[in-house]
Design a protein around this ligand. Structure first.
Ligand SMILES: Cc1cc2nc3c(=O)[nH]c(=O)nc-3n(C[C@H](O)[C@H](O)[C@H](O)COP(=O)(O)OP(=O)(O)OC[C@H]3O[C@@H](n4cnc5c(N)ncnc54)[C@H](O)[C@@H]3O)c2cc1C
Length: 437
């Protein structure tokens, strides 16, 4: 738990996390390590709802097989901590029903889901999945940063992706090219995440032409939708100061409430948070600030721009208040602090850089807007149907795919990591199959 917070606040060049503040004024983080977000995240693991698989065109049996492939290596039933159990009981008391027990499924009601931490508290990351690989057939380079995808321009009117330029930790430049032995069958697969993938595509010349030209980037393909429709799941919390000592714990309990539009979670043993999901429908953009791959692009998520997202936040916060007032949780509360006192305490905390309004403790709408934080489930920028096709190939490019959260149009399951890893494995299977046939 301490490591979790220390990593997120460590902005040094060697940190696993690269902090950024979105144009919304909300502090955020992007992962910078082998294994991506799974190396710094909260560990909560839940599968996607069937609608999501339908939307991205994935076969249910293949998805199930891929989830199981991941779960075998990484996922555990969580140890039950006192606070998580109290929240679970509080959710049931507040009417977030039915009690779905322990499950990886994403279903309305209260559940305990999986975690990538084992019983000894050790984190298992996506990098552990390399144990499945044949070491003779894979090379993994550490401490390298890809600066550009390269394109072959001689073979016709449309340039074809043929390699990448990357730099090592000492500043040495390297290139890697696709082998053309298989009749141009190889692929470059970009999995740099919802910020890294649109950023790298644009730096390589695929993106909105005017923006690229303004930074002196040669346009390979004018693709106005790269960097568009960035979304993030907003999070609003109440911290509950308690009188007894409680062991800190990362999130394992969730209440999926209000017809599935708010998820109530607790991170650590003193808070209750509402995630206003339903998409999220509100969407923003990502734009390059400069041509340096190490710098954060300009990102705006436009939290609560859609009235529906704001309504779901209000409903979620109302459920949070009901849970805080439940019998299960009231025994932890210090003396006579009312929920209004708790709201006021949150409004006065430096959670973000947004302006605070005097009515934020009396209007839950204003509270949602003034105290919004992130749950780091950002997505978009290379969306399926807009930047990539249903085989995750970049439109107009035959040998370049993007496979990560940047292709999503809504956040799958309670939390996305399970489905992002599942997508990677499923697409790997599909690509191998198509090469064999
Ligand atoms: C603090 C935090 C808590 C979270 N909690 C949870 C949770 O409990 N449960 C859950 O399901 N999800 C959680 N998430 C979200 C989840 O971890 C992410 O949605 C997921 O990791 C995104 O996967 P991705 O593959 O799209 O991108 P990422 O995981 O971001 O991976 C992208 C990778 O690409 C690398 N990269 C980027 N650009 C370059 C480049 N130019 N050259 C070389 N490498 C590059 C990065 O270093 C990174 O390793 C959390 C995220 C964070 C940050």
């Amino acid at each position: 738990m301490e490591n979790f917070i220390t990593t997120l606040t460590d902005g040094s060049p060697d940190s696993f996390s690269q902090p950024f503040i979105s144009e919304d004024g909300v502090p955020n983080n992007r992962a910078r390590a082998l294994g991506g977000g799974t190396t710094i995240n909260v560990g909560f693991y839940s599968r996607a709802e069937p609608l999501f698989l339908e939307q991205i065109g994935l076969d249910e049996a293949l998805a199930k097989d891929s989830y199981e492939w991941i779960e075998k290596k990484l996922v555990n039933k969580p140890v039950s901590f006192e606070w998580q159990t109290a929240v679970r009981n509080g959710l049931l008391e507040a009417g977030v029903l039915p009690d779905n027990g322990f499950t990886y499924a994403h279903i309305n009601g209260t559940e305990t889901s999986g975690t990538i931490f084992d019983r000894n508290g050790n984190r298992h990351t996506a990098a552990d999945l390399l144990e499945y690989a044949n070491p003779r057939r894979i090379k993994v380079y550490l401490h390298v940063v890809v600066h550009k995808i390269t394109f072959k321009t001689k073979d016709g009117p449309i340039p074809k992706a043929d390699g990448v330029i990357f730099y090592d930790a000492n500043g040495g430049k390297h290139m890697a090219y696709l082998k053309n032995k298989l009749n141009n069958d190889g692929d470059i697969i970009l999995s740099a995440g919802a910020i890294g993938s649109p950023q790298l595509l644009m730096l390589s010349g695929i993106g909105p032409a005017a923006q690229l030209l303004s930074l002196g980037i040669k346009v390979v393909l004018d693709q106005p939708m790269v960097g568009r429709e960035m979304r993030d799941v907003p999070l609003n919390s109440l911290i509950v100061p308690y009188s007894n000592h409680i062991q800190l714990s990362l999130s394992t309990t969730v209440g999926i409430a209000n017809s599935g539009n708010s998820y109530i979670i607790t991170f650590n043993g003193f808070d209750l948070s509402a995630l206003s999901v339903s998409g999220p429908i509100s969407k923003g953009y990502l734009e390059l600030r400069n041509t340096n791959i190490g710098d954060n692009p300009r990102i705006r998520f436009n939290y609560f721009q859609a009235a529906e997202n704001l309504r779901h936040c209000v409903q979620g916060m109302q459920t949070v208040i009901d849970v805080v007032n439940s019998e299960s949780l009231s025994r932890f509360r210090i003396g006579n602090m009312t929920t209004r006192d708790l709201l006021e305490m949150m409004v006065n905390m430096p959670l973000n850089l947004r302006p605070k309004h005097p009515n934020a403790t009396t209007s839950l709408e204003q509270y949602c807007m003034d105290t919004v934080m992130t749950v780091w489930h950002y997505l978009g920028g290379c969306q399926i149907g807009k930047v990539v096709d249903r085989n995750f190939k970049v439109f107009g490019e035959d040998r370049l795919r993007v496979i990560d959260a940047s292709t999503f149009t809504f956040s799958p399951g309670t939390n996305p990591q399970a489905t992002i890893m599942m997508l990677g494995r499923s697409m790997g299977q599909r690509i191998l199959q198509s090469r064999r046939s």
